[in-house]
Ligand binder design. Structure first.
Ligand code: C5P
Length: 312
C-alpha cells in the first residue's frame, strides 16, 4: 500500500464546565468541543515489521517528546498490541512522519489529535477494518480528548471528556489564536481549580453544590444555539471554568485578552486549560487584520488565524 496522508486538527472548547473532582483524580466535565482548520499532518507507510518508527518535522517539532512518552508512539503501540491480541493478521510495521503545526501544551489538543490520527492511519494502513466505535474506545486509553478527536466536528463531551455525542453546528467561527512562548500543565491547572473550589469537592455538601453547578451550566443553551446557527446566543453561552484559574496563574494572558478585544474580537476565551487565548472575530478579513496587529504587539508570541470546521 502507498503512503496514507491524514490531517490531525486542533480543537477548542466552546464551553468547559467543571462539575467536580472524581475519586480517580480526574474531573467530571461538560464541554462543547470543536475542531479547527488548523492541523498537524501525518504520513503513514509500511515498514518492515515489527517496528514502528516515528519522525517529526515542522515549526513545533522541537516540542514533541521523543520515545515512549510521544503520543503518536503510544497510539501506535496500542494499535500493535490490540492487533496482535485480536488478529492472526500481523506482524505489523509502520513509518509515521509527523508535520507539526499545532503548538504543544497550548490547550489546543495537538498531541491528542496526533494520537487520534495515528489510530485512524494505522487502521487503514494495516487494513484492520475496525469501526469508529472501536477506535473511540481505544482512544479513551490515550487521553480524555482523544475519543472526540477520532471523530472531529462538533460534540458534547462528558465524563472526563471521553463520552462524546456529536452534533451539527451551523455556525462557522473565525478566530485569532494567541499563545505565549511557554505552555501550561493541564494537571497543574486542575489542581489549582481544586484549591479554588474546595466546597465542590467536599464530602459534606459537595453533591448539592455539583447539582447546583449542573443546573446553572449553560452548555445545553450553547448546543441549541449552535444547532440553530444563533451566533449571539452561542457567544453569550460560551465559557470556560478553567479560565479564571489559568489567568490568575499568568496575568500576562489577560493583556493578550484585552489586546484581542481592542483588535475587534466579539468574545475572548481561553482554549482548554490554556495558555492559548482565542478571539472570536467578525469574519476572516477581521481575523487577518487582528492577527497582523497582534504579531507586532506581542513579539515572540504565536499568533494564528483559524476557522472552526474541517482542515482543507
Ligand atoms: O486525559 P489527559 O491525559 O488528557 O489528562 C491530563 C491530565 O489533566 C490528567 O492527568 C488530569 O490531571 C487532568 N484532567 C482532569 N480531568 C479531566 C481531564 C484531565 O483532571 N476531565
Amino acid at each position: 500500500m502507498d503512503t496514507i496522508f491524514l490531517k490531525a486538527p486542533a480543537k477548542v472548547n466552546l464551553s468547559l464546565t467543571v462539575l467536580g473532582r472524581r475519586p480517580d483524580g480526574y474531573h467530571e466535565i461538560k464541554s462543547v468541543l470543536q475542531t479547527l482548520d488548523l492541523a498537524d499532518e501525518l504520513a503513514f507507510s509500511l515498514k518492515e515489521p515489527p517496528q514502528v518508527q516515528v519522525s517529526c518535522r515542522g515549526p513545533w517539532a522541537h516540542q514533541v517528546p521523543a520515545g515512549a512518552s510521544n503520543l503518536v508512539f503510544r497510539a501506535a503501540t496500542l494499535m500493535l498490541e490490540e492487533a496482535e491480541r485480536v488478529g492472526p493478521k500481523g506482524p505489523f510495521g509502520a513509518r509515521i512522519e509527523l508535520l507539526k503545526f499545532i503548538p504543544a501544551a497550548a490547550g489546543l489538543g495537538g498531541g491528542s489529535s496526533d494520537a487520534a490520527c495515528t489510530l485512524k492511519g494505522l487502521n487503514q494502513l494495516w487494513q484492520l477494518g475496525w469501526d469508529q466505535e472501536k477506535l473511540v474506545s481505544l482512544a479513551g486509553e490515550l487521553g480524555s480528548d482523544v475519543p472526540f478527536l477520532v471523530m472531529g466536528g462538533t460534540a458534547l463531551a462528558e465524563g472526563r471528556g471521553e463520552k462524546v455525542r456529536p452534533f451539527v453546528s451551523r455556525l462557522r467561527l473565525s478566530l485569532v489564536l494567541i499563545k505565549p512562548p511557554w505552555g501550561v500543565s493541564t494537571p497543574a491547572v486542575y489542581r489549582d481549580w481544586d484549591m479554588a473550589n474546595p466546597a465542590v469537592n467536599s464530602d459534606k455538601g459537595g453533591d448539592a453544590r455539583r447539582q447546583d453547578r449542573e443546573r446553572r451550566d449553560p452548555t445545553q443553551v450553547l448546543i441549541h444555539a449552535l444547532e440553530a446557527g444563533d451566533r449571539d446566543r452561542a457567544l453569550e453561552a460560551m465559557g470556560n471554568d478553567l479560565e479564571p484559574v489559568t489567568l490568575k496563574m499568568h496575568p500576562e494572558l489577560q493583556e493578550a485578552g484585552q489586546a484581542l478585544l481592542a483588535c475587534g474580537a466579539t468574545k475572548v476565551m481561553l482554549c482548554g486549560s490554556g495558555p492559548t487565548q482565542m478571539g472570536i472575530m467578525d469574519g476572516p478579513e477581521a481575523a487577518s487584520r487582528a492577527a497582523r496587529v497582534l504579531k507586532g504587539w506581542f513579539p515572540g508570541w504565536w499568533v494564528q488565524e483559524a476557522c472552526t470546521g474541517e482542515p482543507t
